[in-house]
Design a protein around this ligand. Structure first.
Ligand code: SF4
Length: 487
């Protein structure tokens, strides 16, 4: 059986995941739209990054043809100093393709291209494995480097590849791992061949695993992993072999929030602090403006004056309430052209947010940051936008601080959990049901990947989704008033 670099990274994380990947093809996870888009971004970044190391030759072999790729690499290495997708394979089944292989005297430098904006720890393991494979395949390696996105770069006109990327030499960190790779490889190679599925119980690191549904079918919807910190939850399971919050005594809790969540869950009840809710309500000034942005992020900036991964706002919803219980006014903005939306959204914001009254956002740091960026970008609107920012109040606060909490929130203060706990409104069944989906659909529109019909449907879905986000805040305000009065 082969062991690729991604297998190696998976194996370091969880050996059971490696075993499932190799032996249970029937459980192979389907990639969601966001993940597929990330793959496409990775490919685009790879293509651009090759210009950072110009004059190279692509080792052109089918993904499955590892041996063919290795033969072509040997051939190409005789006459070229820069190889893209150079492949090496060992007799024990380990293989990899390095993004860029650059001749350095009589040896080579390995360069891994990443679409992230910083060097992450697992890149070092990734390169340590690649160095092990290449060196044992007869390519002595001197330096290991990561080429990643420089998120300080501001685009002006044509992309400047030298500015878009940052190269970091991580040789020392990779060399520090040198001695451990062989041992891990041996372990993984024999582990993945095991006839029986290994017994590794669910743990706090399972949340983002593609096999979560399979491995964690016995973990309740609200479990110790939701209540306790990761370390404590793992320790609790190891000691008690239970995932159930019912079995967690107070001593395990390390914060007031955990104690409140635990008690509410055990009693299937609410936790209410009317005075604190009232105090927070007293900070509000009418009219109230309920604001929510949708944004899009690209690794490669699409517009002039934009940085990689900058959150570019393209839509907002604004519900306006003149007085408690007064009729609502709804204003919305959605940029429906393939152009920079920021000037138009900034003007629409200034036009509709008035001069006084609280501007409510749920987890307001996000909206505040977007406003500050717009103010910086458009000096002529800066004073108005900054004045809006001074009026921003966070509706997340009373829920995050547990002034009001329902056991139905499953330990989360996200609006996606708070809303259904206190109203009949929910995001279930919506075509666009979270910010990630809104972003990936809008990006597909910007990149021209959808038909006109799909775009039309997407605009309608976006308006519905963002509109619901601010309407949800209106409903939650009613809820807060009700509980402040002790109703
Ligand atoms: S869900 Fe957890 S135990 Fe199962 S494969 Fe993933 S990380 Fe490993």
């Amino acid at each position: 059986m082969f062991l690729s670099k991604s297998d190696y990274i998976i194996g370091l994380d969880c050996l059971k995941q490696l075993w499932l990947k190799k032996n249970r093809k029937d459980l192979e996870p389907e990639y969601d739209e966001r993940t597929l888009q990330n793959f496409a971004t990775g490919d685009k970044v790879q293509d651009l990054a090759r210009d950072y190391y110009p004059g190279g030759v692509l080792v052109d072999a089918e993904t499955w043809d590892v041996f063919g790729g290795a033969v072509k690499t040997k051939e190409a290495a005789k006459s070229h100093d820069v190889l893209y997708e150079a492949t090496a394979v060992l007799d024990n089944g380990c293989f990899c393709r390095i993004d860029v292989l650059v001749k350095n005297g009589t040896a080579w430098d390995l360069i891994e291209i990443k679409s992230a904006a910083k060097v992450q720890n697992y890149y070092i393991d990734d390169l340590a494995f690649q160095k092990y494979v290449f060196e044992n395949a007869g390519y002595p390696v001197i330096n290991c480097k990561v080429l990643y996105i420089n998120n300080k770069y501001v685009r002006h006109g044509e992309l400047d590849i030298r500015q878009l990327f940052t190269e970091e030499d991580v040789s020392e960190r990779v060399n520090a791992k040198k001695n451990e790779v062989e041992g891990f490889v041996k372990g993984m190679l024999s582990y993945q061949e095991m006839p029986e599925e290994p017994e590794i119980p669910p743990h706090s690191g399972c949340t983002d695993c593609p096999y979560y549904t399979y491995c964690c079918k016995d973990v309740p919807e609200y479990s110790v992993f939701d209540l306790l910190s990761s370390k404590k939850a793992d320790l609790f399971y190891n000691q008690t072999k239970s995932f159930n919050v019912e079995d967690v005594s107070e001593d395990w809790c390390t914060s007031d929030t955990q104690l409140i969540d635990r008690a509410a869950y055990l009693n299937k009840d609410l936790h209410v602090e009317p005075e604190n809710i009232q105090e927070w309500l007293n900070t509000l000034e009418y009219p109230l403006y309920y604001l929510d942005y949708e944004t899009v992020q690209c690794a490669i900036p699409m517009f002039d004056g934009a940085r990689p991964y900058e959150q570019i706002p393209f839509q907002f919803s604004l519900h306006i309430q003149e007085a408690p219980g007064a009729e609502l006014k709804h204003v919305e903005f959605l940029h429906q052209e393939r152009s920079d939306p920021r000037r138009a959204i900034a003007e629409a914001l200034v036009k509709n947010c008035g001069k006084k009254g609280s501007v409510l956002a749920y987890y307001c740091a996000f909206e505040r940051d977007r406003n500050s960026e717009l103010a910086e970008l458009f000096p002529d609107l800066a004073a108005d936008i900054e004045a809006i920012n001074e009026r921003v109040v966070d509706q997340w606060k009373p829920f995050k601080n547990r002034f009001l909490y329902s056991y139905k929130q499953n330990g989360s203060a996200s609006i996606k959990y708070v809303l259904p706990a206190f109203s009949d409104l929910s995001y279930k069944g919506m075509n666009i049901a979270n910010g990630g989906e809104a972003m990936s659909k809008y990006l597909a529109f910007l990149e021209g990947k959808q038909t006109d019909e799909e775009n039309k449907q997407m605009f309608a879905d976006l308006l519905k989704y963002c509109g619901q986000d601010t309407y949800a805040m209106v409903l939650l305000m009613d809820v807060l008033y009700k509980f402040a009065k002790g109703e």
